[in-house]
Ligand binder design. Structure first.
Ligand SMILES: [Cu+2]
Length: 281
């Protein structure tokens, strides 16, 4: 095989691999960079990292490396036997104070804008309450007659790959959410600290007992997305994954009808943390 065909095939397999991975959010072997964004939040985070920070840090690294090389070559004891006695240089001191300040302002302005954007949404279309337990997640659809269920990891020996299930990531009860909807997400815990994390959605929120943390998402692409608890919470910390299926609004309505029957016997989960916070306000 010629070299050109080999590289052509490698490129082709890379391109087809990366495009097929967007429907299912799983980390890829040898992956570089962030996961494919599924929400407007993650798109902004990706832009901030890939198109702003990356250019700035690359320029700084090249500049500092070149400066060091220049000093090593030009001012070593052999090349420069009688060193200069200069200790102050006003212009240089002003420059190395002002330039870093300008760089920090260039980073800070879009960074703060994004933090406020990610923080909360004024009028959410629906609310999902997430509760962390040792070691599973509880979900409550507060606007949909309180549909609620618990979600456990599917054990490795029961994983059915023909159904697209993934080892250590698939759960028995999947969270279903509609796309193009502003979804408020309330995160709390019933026992110890957990963290609710979904890389493709661009959020990671601590689940704190007795406290309700808030975030929101607007999912743009239908698909299955996976996340994991991201706060060491005990022996089964690695075995409480999050599986979210994003569907169209019509499919979500259909799912609600089924879910109401399926989870009808579930009693409401402990909501005292939320009641406490609301009562205190
Ligand atoms: Cu946990």
């Amino acid at each position: 095989m010629t070299k050109i065909t080999y590289w052509g095939m490698a490129l082709f397999s890379f391109l087809s691999f990366s495009s097929s991975a967007s429907a299912q959010d799983v980390a890829r072997p040898t992956q570089l960079g962030l996961r494919d964004a599924a929400t407007s939040q993650m798109e902004r985070i990706t832009w901030f990292h890939d198109h702003l920070l990356m250019y700035i840090i690359t320029a700084i690294v090249i500049f500092v490396t070149a400066l060091l090389a220049w000093v090593v070559i030009k001012y070593n004891a052999k090349a420069n036997p009688t060193p200069s006695k200069t200790t102050h240089h006003v212009m240089l001191e002003i420059a190395w104070t002002i330039i870093p300040i300008i760089i920090l302002i260039i980073i800070a302005v879009p960074s703060f804008k994004m933090l406020y954007y990610l923080d909360r949404v004024e009028e959410p279309d629906m609310t999902l309450k997430v509760t962390g337990y040792q070691w599973y997640w509880g979900y409550e659809y507060q606007d949909h007659e309180g549909i609620n269920f618990l979600s456990y990891l599917i054990p490795e020996e029961e994983i059915d790959e023909s159904k697209g299930q993934k080892r250590l990531l698939s759960t028995d009860n999947v969270v279903v959410l509609p796309i193009d909807t502003n979804i408020q997400i309330l995160v709390t815990s019933a026992d110890v600290l957990h963290a609710f994390t979904l890389p493709a959605f661009g959020f990671k929120k601590d689940a704190v007992p007795g406290r309700t943390n808030e975030t929101w998402v607007r999912i743009e692409k239908p698909g299955t997305y996976y996340g994991q608890c991201s706060e060491i919470c005990g022996i089964n910390h690695a075995y409480m994954p999050i599986e979210v299926r994003a569907v169209t609004k019509e499919e979500f309505k259909e799912w609600l009808i089924k879910a109401k029957e399926e989870y009808a016997l579930n009693t409401p989960q402990k909501t005292y943390e939320l009641a406490y916070i609301q009562g205190a306000q």
